[in-house]
Design a protein around this ligand. Sequence first.
Ligand code: GLN
Length: 256
Amino acid sequence: MVNKKKFELTAVDLYPEIMNIYGDRGNIIYFKYRCSLYGIDIRIFDVSIGKGEKEEYGGADIFFMGGGQDAEQGLIYEDFINNKKNILTEAMENNKIMLAVCGSYQLLCDYYKSKDGKVIKGISLFRGYTESKTPRLIGNIAVKAGDFVLAGFENHGGRTYLEKGQDILGKVLKGHGNNGEDKTEGARTGNFFGTYLHGSFLPKNFAFCDYLLDTALKNKYGITLGEAVKIKGVGPVDNDFEIQARKDIKDLKKFV
Ligand code: GLN
């Protein structure tokens, strides 16, 4: 018998029709799926170019933004600075969550210098910069990030160099990561996460998805995911399919 106690989260997907390369929309789809497994309600707002409505942002608990080629990054960066920077800065300061992938991750840094030399300014929530070089860094990637071993797929020309003191997401076990040189991958400030892992990322990393859900519930209701599950009276979740899918990534087998 599922308890009628209601837990509801609000999620925003930024520029979903523009920044969604390699199926990164799968992150918010999978986050919504994991919420449904635990009896957590979720409202999703797709927000693209323009100011959007206060309702969409005001109570947002988690923001998603996918990857994009240089052209798409060039399409959105001015709007990202003018219409999203202040909202995301406030959200980060209030311990809200963001998952930014590849081209979006690059725009959370100071700037991205594209392959044709155009400097695309970012919103500097992560301290660092990216410059596009050849060859592109492509392939399956495994990353040790705290208690997690993250699996994904990367495809980027950009090499990201973070300032000293900027936290990383994790250390590369296999693959390229931020720049193919220093074995770092991604960035983290508070509960804002930047990563080069496409895949989509969250379906390949269900435990990290539950960590984001747990963090959102702690922020909003002061309870853990485990406590919410007990209150809701929902049963244990079957992760066999996800576990097998990770094992099926042949060249990551010995890492994940
Ligand atoms: N255009 C950026 C690069 O090539 C980001 C690509 C992406 O989002 N996959 O590095």
